[in-house]
Write a protein that binds this ligand. Structure first.
Ligand SMILES: NC(=O)c1ccc[n+]([C@@H]2O[C@H](COP(=O)([O-])OP(=O)(O)OC[C@H]3O[C@@H](n4cnc5c(N)ncnc54)[C@H](O)[C@@H]3O)[C@@H](O)[C@H]2O)c1
Length: 331
């Protein structure tokens, strides 16, 4: 199939591109490569590469494509607060524009990378796709608005699907250390301590980065009418954890590490435990493969391999999107 993949130079996109190539698809990648300096492994090249802003994409870019997988975004909560207007322009206007031209170009399937963070401050636990949304950031609000507006474009010939991904962890050739598991582990490995910004009580649904990429592949192959215009949480019921449980898993491995509560974020308002039953009902053959323990093992190996991850890299923000974007925007 011909796939238009945005964000192929991102943390998840780098894995998804590899899986698509392994299945033999023709991939057109579209990415501004904002975080080029966070490359930490071998990257594949798409069959055709557009180094352009999704907001400037045109119907002819998408001609003949069977599916758009839309991952490019100003992604993660603190970045949304840095420049809410930019987050809205890219994540809402850019996404809606891309969906409009995909529909115009006759692309039948549009997989939108949304986020479980839109549940935000869950009033109750075990939130499913019908649960009220309580976004706590410009980023989360942008995902909700994009979902709403793209959903209105659905037609018999155009099937958007909204994959609300849990928080990712795990290694990637485009490494991110601004995600909770990766951050806690990198801190232990480079500084010998576990630093907790909140009191550790919030719930988070977690999923390995490669499992998110596998979910996109599963939705590429799902019968189109089965998934037409649906919202689906992507993750696994048994991978909801309180942050303090993640800390415990890491400190069991590194019992000598000091645990430091920095209190930076106070009581973190983002607290959501999520159900993934719709995913299991729709695609029973799709199973999350990677546990947090496996993800930690894999990262320990990768971060210790030559050249090892250094404290300077960790503290200097080479793998932290907020730091990179701040430098890029000269803020
Ligand atoms: N990583 C997670 O935990 C997670 C969880 C839920 C949802 N998501 C969503 O999944 C998607 C991918 O996440 P990720 O972690 O790989 O993000 P990422 O930040 O690592 O990658 C995003 C990519 O998009 C590109 N990009 C940004 N703005 C662009 C623009 N205007 N035009 C072209 N390219 C642009 C960047 O250069 C980057 O390579 C995002 O939409 C994100 O919101 C991620």
């Amino acid at each position: 199939m011909n796939i238009f993949l945005t964000g192929h130079r991102g943390y998840i996109g780098a894995h998804l591109l590899r899986l698509l190539k392994e299945e033999g698809h023709f991939v057109i990648g579209c990415d501004l490569d904002l975080y080029w300096e966070s490359r930490r492994g071998a990257l594949l090249e798409p069959d055709r590469e557009l180094c352009k802003d999704i907001r400037a994409s045109e119907p002819q870019d998408l001609a003949g494509c069977d599916c758009v997988m839309h991952l490019a975004a100003i992604s993660n909560d603190p970045m949304g607060e840095l420049d809410p207007a930019l987050t809205e322009q890219v994540n809402i206007e850019g996404s809606v524009h891309l969906a409009e031209i995909a529909r115009q170009a006759g692309v039948p399937r549009f997989l939108f990378s949304s986020s479980c963070s839109i549940y935000g401050k869950g009033e109750s636990l075990d939130l499913d796709e019908e649960a009220p949304l309580s976004p706590q950031s410009a980023y989360a609000r942008s995902k909700i608005e994009a979902e709403k507006r793209i959903s209105l474009l659905a037609s018999p010939d155009f099937s958007p699907v909204f994959l609300r991904n849990a928080t990712a962890f795990g290694d990637s050739p485009m490494l991110r250390l601004d995600l909770v598991v990766n951050n806690l582990l990198a801190c232990v490995l480079t500084k010998g301590e576990i630093r907790l910004q909140s009191d550790g009580s919030p719930w988070r649904p977690l999923i390995h980065v490669q499992d998110i990429a596998r979910a996109f592949i599963a939705f590429l192959h799902a019968p189109r009418l089965l998934v037409h215009n649906l919202v689906v949480n992507i993750g696994s019921n048994n991978q909801n954890h309180q942050v303090r449980e993640i800390v415990q898993k890491i400190s069991e491995r590194y019992p000598q590490a000091k645990i430091v509560f920095t209190g930076e974020t106070g009581a973190d308002p983002r607290n959501y435990r999520v159900r993934f039953d719709r995913l299991s009902r729709l695609l029973p053959e799709f199973q999350v493969k990677m546990s947090i323990e496996k993800g930690i093992d894999e990262m320990v190996d990768s971060f210790s391999a030559d050249p090892p991850l250094t404290r300077e890299e960790f503290e200097g923000g080479r793998f932290t999107r907020l730091s990179i974007l701040k430098r890029t925007l000269s803020l």
